[in-house]
Unconditional design. Structure first.
Length: 352
């Protein structure tokens, strides 16, 4: 009687299909595609020629009518699929058109003129991105100046707002003084005022200080934020107060505690907040439009608006400029993504 050998277990055991997780991942994939579609459409539009922007049916790739060089003709000729009687199809180049009658030539035999009708023609279309749109968009106006202004303003606002909000949040969260909660409530109540209500008072202050059409007007008013103060205060209140007490016993001042104790434990929160501030400052349109007049002080969002004329919009150049304008934002998010996610997960909204 033969002996039975035990079946060796597979190094990769088969896992049962978890239909809930499968449907969840399919839903996330579909959602990601839907979310990425506007961005893809913007990039594709930036690579199209003007007449292809509103072509119907719309295309998700930068198609163009194919052209071919034909000996004896100075300019390239458009290429067509021509269907003749009997169902035969040839690829020919169009020489001229008179009404419904067209004259075609075979690029291999340009000496022979072939007669056809316009109804027999079907354009040959090829994928051909127009990279010249980016050069035209960049040179249509001083975009380099707009870029420099936006980078200076966005970076300065981000640094100043984090610094000022961090100090205010430390006072509201870690220091004890009379009327602290009342003062914080009044400070927080400023969030209920919409920005258009504050636009005229802020503009009058800017004019009084002589900051109109300067970097001061673009940087200082947005450097104060009740939302950033509130966000950092909630985070600071979740840190143990025993650290402050131990530092005070060692003789540390409040500023030293803020600098050496609180800040090192808040890097992830600062990273998340910095992304929000940078994005908001980079995309700001109304305030820079109001407080600047010269082209040398304009920012990128105002430059993008310049592509919209009174009667027409050059959508391909506008989308090319928009793609270029998004580059710093995407770069900041890609490099700070890890800190951003960790900061969101660690930033609490519970107080005490």
């Amino acid at each position: 009687m033969g002996t039975m050998t035990a079946k060796k277990p597979s190094p990769f055991p088969r896992q049962p299909i978890r239909w809930g997780h499968l449907l969840l991942h399919l839903g996330l994939i579909v959602g990601s595609i839907v979310m990425m579609l506007p961005f893809w459409w913007m990039v594709v539009t930036s690579l199209k020629i003007q007449k292809e922007v509103f072509a119907f049916p719309p295309t998700l790739l930068p198609f163009q009518d194919a052209t071919v060089s034909v000996p004896g003709y100075d300019d390239e000729l458009y290429f067509f699929n021509v269907t003749f009687a009997g169902g035969t199809t040839r690829q020919l180049a169009r020489v001229s058109r008179r009404g419904n009658d067209v004259e075609m030539v075979d690029p291999a035999h340009p000496e022979e003129i072939i007669a056809a009708t316009f109804d027999q023609l079907e354009p040959v279309r090829v994928i051909k991105p127009t990279w010249q749109n980016y050069i035209d968009a960049w040179t249509a106006m001083p975009f380099d100046r707009f870029y420099i202004n936006s980078i200076i303003v966005a970076c300065a606002v981000t640094v100043l707002q984090i610094f000022i909000s961090s100090l205010a949040a430390f006072a509201f969260a870690r220091l004890q003084f009379k009327g602290r909660n009342t003062l914080f409530t009044l400070y927080l109540a400023t969030l209920m005022f919409p920005f258009p209500v504050l636009l005229i008072p802020n503009f009058i202050l800017v004019r009084q200080f002589g900051w109109y059409d300067t970097y001061w007007a673009l940087i200082l008013p947005p450097a104060f934020s009740a939302f950033s103060t509130f966000l950092l205060r909630q985070h600071y209140m979740n840190l143990p107060m025993d650290l402050d007490d131990a530092a005070r016993i060692d003789g540390a001042t409040s500023f030293r505690i803020w600098w050496n104790v609180v800040l090192p434990m808040s890097k992830t929160t600062f990273a998340a907040l910095a992304i929000f501030i940078f994005l908001g400052s980079w995309n700001s349109f109304l305030w820079p439009l109001v407080v600047t007049n010269s082209e040398s002080m304009r920012t990128v969002p105002i430059g993008l608006n310049s592509f919209q004329g009174q009667y027409s919009v050059r959508w391909n150049l506008l989308m090319a400029a928009a793609v270029v304008a998004m580059a710093p934002v995407l770069t900041v998010y890609i490099f700070a993504q890890k800190w951003f996610i960790r900061g969101i997960s660690l930033t609490g909204i519970s107080g005490r």
